[in-house]
Structure formats: C-alpha cells, structure tokens
Ligand binder design. Structure first.
Ligand code: NAI
Length: 248
C-alpha cells in the first residue's frame, strides 16, 4: 500500500521546479496527478509521459492560475474526468523583486494575482467537490518571506503572508467537513526560480541557513507528501517551514 493510493491530486504551476517534483513524488506514491501551467511546453508534455509511465492517470491543463473563470473550468473538467479531488496544491508563483520605491504597481499586481488570487481561485473552485466528498487536503505554498519579510520582496512577502491568513481561515471554514488546509513555507530552494540569483547572493543565504545548505525540491515535496497523505489526518491550519532553520 502506497501513501497516496486511490487519491487524485491537482498541482498548479507544476511544469518545472517544486511543483514538478511534487507531481513525480505523488505519482510514485500511487496518486493520479493533474497539473497545470501557463502553457503546454515540451516540459509539460514530458512530465505527463513520465507520470503515466509510473502506472497512474495523469493529465496536463494549460491554465493561468490567476484566472478565476479558468479555475472554475478546470474544476468542472476534473469533476467530469476524474470524479473527485483529494489533494489540491496551490503551488504556482512568481517573483518580481524590487525595492518599494522602485516597485511598479504592475509588479505589485502581477505577484498578488499569481501568488495569492490563484489560491482563492482554486480553493473556491474545488471546495464544493471536497465538501461533497467530506474529505480533502489543501496545501498552499507560502514562503518564509511571508513570515519574516525580505527587503526587495514586499509584493511577494505580502502575497505569501496573505496565503497564511487564507489557509487558517479555510481550516476554520472547511474543517467540520474533514477538509484539512495547511501551508508550507519553503526557505531558499534550488529551482529555476532561484537559479537566476548570483553566486554572492547564494553564499550570503547559505551563511544565514543554520543547516548551511540550500534546500532541494525534494525537501519541500516530502513535506507536501506528508500533508497530502493520511499520515497528516489530524493536521490542519499549520504553516510548516521547510528552510533548514532559516526562519529563526
Ligand atoms: P519555478 O519558477 O521554478 O516554477 C514555477 C512554475 O509556476 C513554472 O512552471 C511557471 O511557469 C508556473 N507559473 C508561473 N505563473 C503561473 C500562472 N500564473 N499560472 C500557472 N502557472 C504559473 O518556481 P519554484 O521555485 O518551483 O516555486 C514554486 C512555488 O514555491 C512558488 O509558489 C514559489 O513562490 C514557492 N517558493 C519557492 C522558493 C524557492 O526558493 N524556490 C522559496 C519559497 C517559496
């Protein structure tokens, strides 16, 4: 018996990075996986093939996570094709870093729309299905930046902190129907998102991390796997930092 046998999961923004890693780990544990990203690419096509080769059902849907109407269409499609959703991972996210005085309203809006509105979109779209099932696990990918702040990332920090408040509110709204809602707050994780940072920034952050190493996508995916599975059956409303101790 695998940890996610008979479960169906949807992960937003999973063509690469942490989302992709979660998709493969969930499939390895027996879950059917639907994932979204902005558009179909070689990477999304390859991931569908990789997941199906593991013997589970897998599908990709092109969907901008910030688009509320598209989220409703995705939920309708999942209801028709899969009939249920056990695990929703709100993972899609972007950065548009700048100091406040140089931050444009467009950069503010883009980050809030993609990182926070998306969480509202998909939770709202899939909540009715989970309420009917009387079960579900919602996992929202926040960031330690949402807890401790970071100069140059006011938009990102605000969105990620917003996710924490949203997560705890959903815990209270949906808990009586056996729907759990938790957040993961990753620290500095090696992905295409962080690859663009220079050597100096990487050294600076590594020195700040008590465990003295940058995190891996698998570090975060394992926490998501726990929250998705019945091992976390009585865990809700939590923000689990996965950051080598950086938040302290
Ligand atoms: P990434 O940039 O490697 O991957 C993000 C994926 O989301 C990409 O495939 C991208 O195309 C997709 N995406 C972007 N905008 C989208 C939209 N509007 N709709 C649908 N898909 C969209 O990023 P990474 O590092 O894998 O990040 C995943 C999540 O983890 C994000 O929410 C990020 O904020 C969060 N995170 C990452 C950390 C890190 O150090 N890498 C640290 C803390 C949080």
């Amino acid at each position: 018996m695998k940890l996610l046998d008979n479960k169906t999961a949807l992960i937003t923004g999973a063509a690469r990075g942490i989302g992709r890693c979660m998709a493969t780990m969930f499939a390895d544990e027996g879950a059917n996986v639907i994932f979204t990203d902005l558009k179909e690419t070689d990477s999304s096509t390859a991931l569908v093939a990789e997941l199906r080769a593991k013997g589970v059902r897998a599908d990709f849907l092109a969907a901008n996570a910030a688009d509320t109407a598209r989220a409703a269409e995705v939920a309708e499609w999942v209801a028709k094709e899969y009939g249920r959703l056990d695990v929703l991972v709100n993972n899609a996210g972007i950065t548009r870093d700048n100091l406040l005085l140089r931050m444009s309203a467009d950069d503010w809006n883009a980050v809030i729309e993609t990182n926070l509105r998306s969480v509202f979109n998909y939770t709202k779209a899939f909540a009715p299905m989970m309420l009917k099932q009387r079960s579900g696990s919602i996992i929202n990918i926040s960031s330690i930046v949402g807890l401790i702040g970071n100069g140059g990332q006011a938009n990102y920090a605000a969105a990620k902190a917003g996710i924490v408040g949203f997560t705890r509110s959903m815990t209270k709204e949906l808990g009586s129907r056996n729907i759990r809602c938790n957040a993961i707050a990753p620290g500095f994780i090696e992905t295409p998102m962080t690859k663009q940072l220079g050597e100096e920034a990487r050294r600076y952050w590594t020195d700040q991390i008590p465990m003295r190493r940058i995190g891996l996508d698998t570090d975060v995916a394992r926490v998501a796997l726990f929250l998705a599975s019945d091992l976390a059956g009585y865990v809700s409303g939590q923000v689990i930092c996965c950051d080598g101790g950086l938040n302290l």
